[in-house]
Design a protein around this ligand. Structure first.
Ligand code: TMP
Ligand code: ASP
Length: 237
């Protein structure tokens, strides 16, 4: 059984521990929730366990469809063993329908269908508030090479296709989501971090009810129920 060793990193929603294998780390999902770059703080009961299970379920689905991910083994309700990677310091946002910051920036009503999928990149830096950047900034700052950025963009669009059609069958509309990628010690780019109601906008296909973290961000109530509903639709429980 893989043991936790020292705490390597504590983020807003997860802790990462070293293990006795230098190529693997252990991720421990917390119930803590923040929004607006940490300005709003709270907790969502049971979220850690739900996000762990949803992330692993979706990562395994993506692996089967040929997307390399950091996933190795689910160890417990909240703990998963993943490949140790160096995180590419970018948040990749994929948007199918205008919502959130895009709706605000372009003055679009939330729910406006975009004529083409939109990819955005933000530089991961909490102090700067994760500013949006483009491929020129990314190359100029050396955050990823042009080839790496092309691969990351291709994977992100393929992930969007796979997840959109999978979720559609479950009555869930994939509005937008955020991905992070990492580089293994061997130099391979893999999907990392999480895919969960914290990092995606999920709307019920029929009612357009929000089933994601926007319920927490916007004080809408029914946060735990929404996370449970997504887990139930994905995993039948
Ligand atoms: P946005 O509309 O606020 O820019 O968010 C776009 C998507 O990215 C949405 O699905 C939520 C997700 N997201 C994160 O996962 N982490 C973040 O820090 C932010 C701002 C958004
Ligand atoms: N978790 C993020 C933060 O606190 C933002 C979000 O998901 O809205 O910055």
């Amino acid at each position: 059984m893989m043991k936790r060793e020292e705490l390597l990193y504590e983020g807003k929603a997860k802790k990462v521990y070293a293990t006795d294998d230098p190529n693997l780390v252990l991720v421990d999902y917390k119930d803590d929730a923040t929004a607006f770059n940490g300005l709003k703080k709270g907790s969502i009961q049971g979220k850690g366990a739900i996000n762990n299970r949803i992330t692993n379920h979706l990562m395994q689905l993506l692996e089967k469809q040929g997307i390399p991910t950091h996933f190795e083994t689910e160890l417990s309700e909240r703990e998963t063993l993943v490949k140790k990677v160096t995180i590419v310091p970018l948040e990749v946002i994929v948007r199918n329908i205008a919502a959130g910051s895009l709706a605000a920036r372009l003055g679009l009503p939330e729910g406006t269908k975009l004529q083409k999928t939109v990819l955005e990149f933000c530089y991961k830096d909490d102090e700067l508030g994760d500013p949006m950047v483009n491929s020129y900034h990314i190359a100029a700052m050396g955050w990823a090479t042009d080839d790496e950025l092309k691969l990351i963009s291709d994977y992100s669009l393929r992930i969007n296709d796979i997840l959109t059609s999978y979720l559609k069958e479950l009555g869930i509309e994939l509005i937008d989501f955020k991905l992070e990628f990492g580089k293994t010690s061997g130099g391979t780019i893999v999907l990392a971090d999480e895919i969960s109601p914290d990092t995606c906008r999920f709307w019920d296909s029929q009612t357009h009810e929000k089933l994601d973290k926007d319920r927490f961000r916007r004080d809408m109530g029914g946060v735990e129920d929404a996370y449970h509903e997504i887990m139930k639709r994905l995993m039948g429980e």
